[in-house]
Design a protein around this ligand. Structure first.
Ligand SMILES: Cc1cc2nc3c(=O)[nH]c(=O)nc-3n(C[C@H](O)[C@H](O)[C@H](O)COP(=O)(O)OP(=O)(O)OC[C@H]3O[C@@H](n4cnc5c(N)ncnc54)[C@H](O)[C@@H]3O)c2cc1C
Length: 442
């Protein structure tokens, strides 16, 4: 590889992952060429050929070698291998430089960016680390119609970009970086990133969100935001009068299926087993809709592929069913049947996983599913965790509401709580290690 490799990226319009890939390369300061394949069939075919048949953008190449899309590019960054691939100077294996920050915010979703706006305005110089989903979940949706202040709605990426700009205007720094580990046994806290960078910080706001679980089936990634969604409350209204599938068997799936009957021609609840996990309350409500003919239940059935295009949306899905359940694990069983099913939208309601792996070795209390437990209640300090100086905000705490406006509200609270802490706590010297110097919170 030459000193300055040639970096190329195929992109398309309205592609949030293309923007993320560009932001990452911009942050690295590398030169790259972009080719926009939207409306250019020849260029699209060229991309597909060079990308070994993959039909998604972005596709990144370094010195003619396929790196891949956002997932592959960000994975290289996460593993600390991207710099080497891009011909950038890499650490020589010696002592890692440790930078001290007054406040680190983990996550650049709406909670993290709101926290950054408030913290920057309080002169706490926040460093926002973006994680592997810069901009968070809202970057996955084209229209946000319930965020106050936008009577005509706003696209998720636009809202997030504007918030980031607003935070930066007040001095927040937003950087690529995924926190791997936090050491809370000393003050300042030690924060290690997956790429090997290390920071110390006086306070940490954990705003790392919760990722909706997905199925990893063909068509799912490509059509996410184009008829495949993990949020019925957010996207249901866009598919008015269409037939819709909800996948899942717990409370969330039942609630979403019931909610979607407001818009859908008909809702099909697809569940891979015979029994449901949903509470009786939801089972009763859903049964009423079944009795009215608004919902049909498909038990022992799984979706194995989603077909369609970003332009036309979802067209149909492939279903497999087997009377003994979990049919995708029994494809060779003669009782397993496969069929195609026309549908306009697919909603995944198979749960969320909070992004709290990096806090597991700290004294921050997590619930049985991994969500951060904060003090809550009334008055100040609602976002405090068990560890003075670590605060939680947004979906990583709130498994119930999980909305943009509630996450933003908690980001604001966390910034104010962190400011109180930074004003009043006895903080150790940045360069020194203060074993057990638990800072007072009041
Ligand atoms: C498709 C879709 C559409 C939606 N539409 C709407 C809507 O219309 N209206 C609405 O109100 N809500 C909507 N929601 C819900 C809304 O997006 C969430 O409630 C909101 O984004 C939560 O914000 P957050 O900042 O708490 O977390 P997230 O948005 O999940 O952001 C988490 C951030 O933390 C980062 N992170 C994760 N792990 C680490 C780590 N180890 N180190 C550093 N950073 C890390 C991630 O990269 C990301 O930047 C939608 C959700 C989806 C999935």
């Amino acid at each position: 590889m030459s000193e300055e490799p040639r970096v190329e990226m195929y992109t398309k319009e309205n592609c949030s992952y293309c923007e993320k890939a560009k932001d990452l390369l911009d942050e690295k300061g590398v030169e790259y060429e972009t080719y926009n394949v939207t409306g250019d069939e020849e260029l699209f075919d060229e991309m597909v050929e060079r990308a070994d048949g993959r039909k998604t953008a972005p596709e990144v190449f370094v010195d003619d070698e396929l790196v891949g899309g956002w997932d592959e590019t960000s994975a290289l960054e996460r593993d600390g291998k991207l710099d080497e691939k891009l011909g950038l100077a890499v650490a020589d294996g010696g002592e890692t430089d440790v930078e001290h920050r007054k406040l680190i915010v983990s996550g650049s979703g709406i909670a993290g960016l709101t926290a950054a706006i408030y913290s920057a305005r309080s002169n706490n110089d926040p460093l926002v680390l973006q994680g592997d989903e810069p901009g968070g979940q809202l970057t996955l949706t084209t229209d946000v119609e319930n965020y106050p202040g936008f009577p005509d709605g706003i696209s998720g990426p636009e809202l997030i970009n504007d918030m980031q700009e607003q935070a930066e205007r007040f001095g927040a720094e937003v950087k690529t970086g995924i926190i791997e580990d936090v050491d809370d046994t000393s003050r300042p806290f030690r924060v290690e990133l997956t790429n090997g960078d290390v920071y110390t910080t006086d306070a940490l706001i954990a705003a790392s969100g919760a990722s909706a679980r997905t199925l990893s089936i063909p068509g799912e990634d490509e059509l996410m935001g184009y008829g495949v969604s993990t949020c019925a409350t957010c996207d249901g209204a866009f598919f008015r009068d269409e037939e819709m599938i909800v996948i899942g068997g717990g409370d969330a799936a039942f609630e979403e299926a019931t909610f979607l009957t407001k818009f859908a021609k008909k809702v099909y609840l697809v569940h891979r087993r015979e029994e449901f996990r949903a509470e009786d309350y939801w089972q009763d409500r859903l049964q009423e809709k079944v009795d009215d003919g608004d919902i049909e239940i498909m038990k022992n059935t799984e979706v194995t592929e989603i077909r369609g295009s970003p332009e036309e949306g979802v067209d149909h899905v492939t279903l497999v069913s087997n009377p003994k359940g979990k049919p995708s694990q029994k494809l060779d069983d003669p009782e397993t049947e496969e069929s195609h099913f026309d549908v306009g939208a697919v909603f995944l309601a198979i749960g969320h996983t909070p992004n709290t792996g990096y806090l597991e070795d700290t004294a921050v209390e997590l619930d049985e599913e991994g969500y951060i437990r904060t003090e809550g209640g009334k008055g100040g300090g609602q976002t405090k965790t068990d560890v003075p100086g670590i605060f939680g905000a947004g979906d990583v705490v709130d498994f119930h509401y999980q909305q943009a406006v509630t996450a933003a509200g908690m980001g604001c609270k966390a910034a104010l709580d962190a400011d109180d802490y930074l004003e009043t706590a006895e903080l150790g010297e940045a360069s020194a290690v203060h074993e057990g110097a638990a800072a007072s919170d009041d």
